[in-house]
Design a protein around this ligand. Structure first.
Ligand SMILES: [Zn+2]
Length: 241
C-alpha cells in the first residue's frame, strides 16, 4: 500500500515537473493549457463546429455524399473542416506535426458520441484508410490508424491494419477536378487478407472532402467480400460549397 502510494506520488511530482519544464500547448492557438485541458484549449474547442450527426433522424449531408456511389450502412464525421480555423490546425498537427495523440483523443471522443448508435454499435472491426508505406515511413504513423485506436479503445473492437494495402502512391488531391480525383484514387487499394470473420466493418479516415478515397476503398472491400456491410467514420467533413 505504502509502496504503491509513494509510487503514485512520485509519478505525480514527475508529471508536474515535466509539465513545468515543457508545458503542454494548445495545438490550434499555441497558448499554454491548464491542467484540465488536453491537446486543445477550451476556447478553440468551442470554436469547432460539431456536426451532431449522431442524433440525426434524417440522412445527413455526409450520407447524401455517397448516394448512388457506394452502399454504406452509416456515415459519421465529428466536426466540420474549416480553412484557417481550429479544425484545420488540429488536423494539420495530426498529419504533419507528429501529434498522433490528438488522433487517439478525438477518436475517443467520436466513439463516445456513437456508443448507443443503432448502426455503429453493430460494427465489429475498424479499418483505417491505409497510407502508402513511403508516406507512413516519413510520418512515422498513419493518422487514420491513430483515430481508429481511439475509437477501438471505447468500443472494444479490433483495428485491422494489414488486410488492406495501398498500392499506389497518389499525388496530392488538391489541384485536381472531381473526375481526375476519382481517376487518381480508383483501384489504389488492394484487399489481401481474409475478412470473412466480419459482417460489418467501419472504415476510418481523418477528413472527407469529395469522398472518392472512401468510395474506392469501400468498393474494393465489397468486391472481395460481397456480403460485407460497411460504415465510415471520419474526424472531419469539408463543407461543400
Ligand atoms: Zn487554443
Amino acid at each position: 500500500m505504502f509502496v504503491s502510494n509513494s509510487k503514485k506520488q512520485f509519478q505525480l511530482v514527475k508529471d508536474g515537473f515535466i509539465n513545468l519544464l515543457f508545458p503542454e500547448i494548445c495545438l490550434a492557438c499555441e497558448t499554454e493549457l491548464s491542467a484540465r485541458e488536453h491537446h486543445i484549449c477550451y476556447t478553440c474547442w468551442e470554436s469547432i463546429h460539431l456536426t451532431y450527426f449522431e442524433g440525426f433522424k434524417e440522412p445527413s449531408s455526409l450520407d447524401k455524399l455517397f448516394w448512388g456511389r457506394v452502399n454504406l450502412e452509416a456515415t459519421y464525421a465529428l466536426f466540420y473542416f474549416e480553412k484557417g480555423k481550429a479544425s484545420q490546425k488540429l488536423l494539420h498537427a495530426l498529419k504533419y506535426q507528429f501529434k498522433g495523440n490528438i488522433g487517439v483523443y478525438l477518436g475517443n471522443f467520436a466513439a463516445t458520441k456513437l456508443v448507443n448508435h443503432p448502426v455503429f454499435k453493430e460494427v465489429q472491426a475498424l479499418i483505417p484508410v491505409p497510407l502508402h508505406s513511403k508516406k507512413a515511413f516519413i510520418r512515422g504513423y498513419n493518422q487514420s490508424e491513430k483515430i481508429a485506436q481511439g475509437i477501438a479503445s471505447v468500443w472494444k473492437i479490433p483495428v485491422i491494419q494489414q488486410e488492406v494495402l495501398k498500392t499506389k502512391h497518389t499525388e496530392s488531391q488538391t489541384r485536381k477536378d472531381q473526375f481526375q480525383r476519382w481517376d487518381n484514387v480508383s483501384s489504389i487499394f488492394k484487399v489481401k487478407g481474409d475478412l470473412s470473420n466480419y459482417q460489418h466493418v467501419a472504415i476510418v479516415d481523418d477528413v472527407i472532402t469529395t469522398g472518392s478515397t472512401l468510395e474506392s476503398m469501400a468498393k474494393e472491400l465489397k468486391e472481395s467480400n460481397p456480403s460485407l456491410l460497411i460504415s465510415i467514420i471520419s474526424l472531419a467533413l469539408a463543407k461543400s460549397k
